[in-house]
Design a protein around this ligand. Structure first.
Ligand code: HEC
Ligand code: HEC
Ligand code: HEC
Ligand code: HEC
Ligand code: HEC
Ligand code: HEC
Ligand code: HEC
Ligand code: HEC
Length: 387
């Protein structure tokens, strides 16, 4: 006798969680992840780009915009044709307040050969929407909801809604560390799907997101991280395999010893709150010093100043300044932070051109100067940073 079929949980939408989890809901609602995709007719306040003054790059009007996309560094615009959305050819640079062209050039993203040359040949379903919605259905092109809803990280919730227990909803906190961080890497990475039956890269049909994955499963069964090669500098990576473009947090972090020691993205980021920049659980050195204290085996050996060789209060005394270089390009002249947490030595800049923190800040000094200074530090090995 076959076992009776278990009821399958379905996606119910974030609104269904609100009544019982008011605190998590209210916090999440304020985050960027909950607000990346916006219909400008319902949310005129979401529009950041200048649609009033003419600009040769902006060849479309606000009437053509079905969705705005993003708010921190860049805002892109989707138009609707039939069942599909397409990216319009200009994007707004939020920090500099200017229009820039938007077109994914051939030979950059791996999927460009599978699409025609113009934005209108590249529907956003396969290239974007899996990461910017919950439950994008590749057959019907329908979603349960736009944006990073609760169930994108917690899995489908209909059974939990009906009979809430701890066992019928995924909590990334109680998963093993790999599966826990996979709930973030599903979107925060560059890679390619593995499942040939749903995502064979053929013309007009190359998916850039892990089709079929849901939280609790092993992402590696659905997704292959972009292959990184030592010594190569290209669209995706620097020569030391640190990301070169945005959305490489997962590719970076799996290289860190912190990942190896089961630190997860959400040990540093609280995704139900936007109280701090980037949803951080604490700001400045306090974030890192939660663990990197003298008493911890992972800790610094002396004081922070002894480690950094900069006075307390100096910009050069900030952990992020040396361990999270802002070198991963999100748009022209705008960068997000590396998540390998490695210190990039000035000698590596000499070898491959990857920017290092010392001379990125001390712009008037040479790499040789910085290397000389580092070699005089007795807190680090000259074999690692001096040559
Ligand atoms: C009818 C009320 C109710 C609704 C609706 C509800 N929950 Fe819950 N949820 C609970 C209760 C009660 C618990 C604690 C269960 C326990 O301790 O056994 C819980 C626990 C959880 C947990 C923690 C599990 C753990 O490991 O501790 C998560 C995560 C969660 N809910 C997410 C959601 C999400 C996402 C939704 C919407 C899809 C949702 N809940 C809808 C009542 C609800
Ligand atoms: C981007 C991923 C993500 C989204 C979106 C998300 N969560 Fe969570 N949630 C987590 C992670 C990671 C944890 C475990 C770490 C923690 O507690 O912060 C968690 C923990 C929880 C818990 C248990 C701990 C607590 O805070 O009570 C509940 C309940 C919960 N989430 C509900 C929700 C609800 C409801 C929504 C939508 C309104 C939501 N989450 C959206 C990732 C997410
Ligand atoms: C469904 C895809 C998806 C998942 C799953 C996801 N993210 Fe995100 N995340 C995004 C997108 C898209 C943005 C950009 C939002 C914007 O700038 O408007 C983002 C932004 C962020 C930011 C920056 C917020 C800010 O204010 O600038 C942090 C931090 C973050 N995510 C952490 C996490 C963590 C930690 C997890 C796992 C618990 C996670 N994300 C899971 C898609 C996702
Ligand atoms: C594999 C998942 C994934 C895919 C596919 C994807 N994105 Fe994203 N996107 C993210 C995540 C995660 C972030 C935030 C992290 C970052 O930018 O480093 C982001 C950030 C963005 C931002 C910046 C938001 C801001 O506030 O500055 C925009 C705009 C955006 N995506 C648009 C797109 C478009 C357009 C496509 C399709 C051509 C696309 N994304 C494809 C996951 C994805
Ligand atoms: C050890 C702490 C730590 C861990 C672990 C961590 N982050 Fe971050 N993350 C940070 C800090 C600090 C910033 C803010 C950098 C800044 O403001 O310059 C940040 C920024 C971000 C941003 C905003 C873009 C930017 O660079 O400012 C995103 C998105 C993000 N992290 C996603 C992730 C994801 C996804 C993971 C796991 C794969 C992760 N983070 C793991 C500390 C961490
Ligand atoms: C939740 C605890 C925790 C937090 C928070 C934390 N770390 Fe770590 N860190 C660790 C552990 C554990 C290791 C691994 C130590 C080992 O294996 O020897 C580590 C290792 C490192 C290393 C060694 C190199 C590597 O491969 O990663 C660096 C550098 C580092 N952390 C920097 C930081 C910075 C910068 C921050 C703040 C943005 C931070 N850490 C926040 C726990 C933490
Ligand atoms: C001025 C630059 C600079 C600053 C600021 C800085 N570090 Fe470092 N850090 C280094 C260098 C250089 C190394 C050695 C790298 C190597 O050996 O490859 C290092 C190594 C480390 C390591 C691994 C070796 C060890 O000593 O255990 C950890 C962990 C670490 N730093 C954490 C931190 C934390 C936490 C902060 C902030 C409190 C911080 N660093 C601030 C330059 C810096
Ligand atoms: C984010 C900026 C920043 C970074 C990164 C940084 N420094 Fe500094 N550094 C400063 C500032 C500001 C001073 C001025 C004195 C002070 O505030 O401590 C300084 C002072 C110095 C001094 C003493 C004064 C001088 O100019 O001769 C040396 C030597 C030095 N830094 C070397 C380094 C080396 C080597 C690195 C890389 C490991 C580094 N710095 C990384 C900002 C930085």
């Amino acid at each position: 006798m076959p076992a009776p079929a278990q009821p399958q949980a379905r996606f119910a939408g974030s609104e269904s969680c609100k009544s019982c989890h008011a605190v998590a809901y209210a916090g999440w609602k304020q985050t960027r992840m909950a607000n990346i995709v916006r219909d400008p007719k319902a949310h005129p306040e979401a529009v950041l780009g200048d649609f009033i003054h003419p600009d040769p790059l902006r060849t479309f009007s606000l009437d053509e915009v079905a969705f705005t996309y993003g708010s921190r560094w860049k805002q892109r615009y989707f138009t609707k044709k039939g069942d599909d959305y397409y990216p319009l050819p200009a994007q707004w640079d939020v920090k500099k307040g200017r229009w820039l062209p938007y077109h994914v050039e051939n030979g950059t993203d791996w999927w460009t050969p599978f699409y025609g040359p113009t934005n209108m040949d590249r529907p956003t379903g396969p290239t974007c929407d899996g990461c910017h919605s919950v439950n994008y259905n590749i057959e019907t092109k329908q979603v349960t909801e736009w944006n990073v809803g609760c169930e994108k990280c917690h899995g489908p919730g209909s059974l939990h809604n009906a009979h809430p227990t701890k066992t019928n909803i995924v909590n990334p906190e109680t998963l093993d560390a790999v599966s826990g961080t996979d709930t973030c890497i599903q979107c925060h990475s560059q890679g390619r799907p593995l499942d040939k039956s749903v995502a064979t890269p053929t013309l007009g049909h190359a998916y850039d997101w892990p089709v079929g994955y849901v939280p609790g499963k092993r992402l590696a069964d659905y997704w292959k991280l972009e292959e990184l090669k030592p010594g190569v500098t290209n669209f995706y990576q620097f020569a030391d395999m640190t990301g070169h473009k945005n959305r490489m947090q997962g590719n970076d972090f799996v290289q860190s010893n912190m990942y190896h020691r089961e630190i997860r993205c959400f040990d540093c980021h609280q995704v139900h709150s936007n109280q701090n920049t980037a949803n951080l659980v604490a700001v400045g050195n306090a974030l890192c010093l939660q663990c990197h204290t003298k008493k911890n085996p992972a800790g610094l050996h002396g004081t922070v100043s002894e480690h950094t060789h900069h006075a307390a209060g100096s910009e050069g005394n900030q952990c992020l300044a040396c361990h999270m270089s802002k070198i991963e390009q999100t748009i022209k002249e705008n960068f997000v932070s590396a998540h390998t947490f490695r210190f990039i030595a000035p000698a590596q800049t000499e070898q491959s051109g990857i920017p290092n923190p010392c001379t990125s800040c001390h712009k008037d000094k040479s790499n040789q100067w910085a290397t000389g200074e580092l070699k005089s530090w007795t807190t680090t090995s000259p074999w690692r940073v001096g040559q």
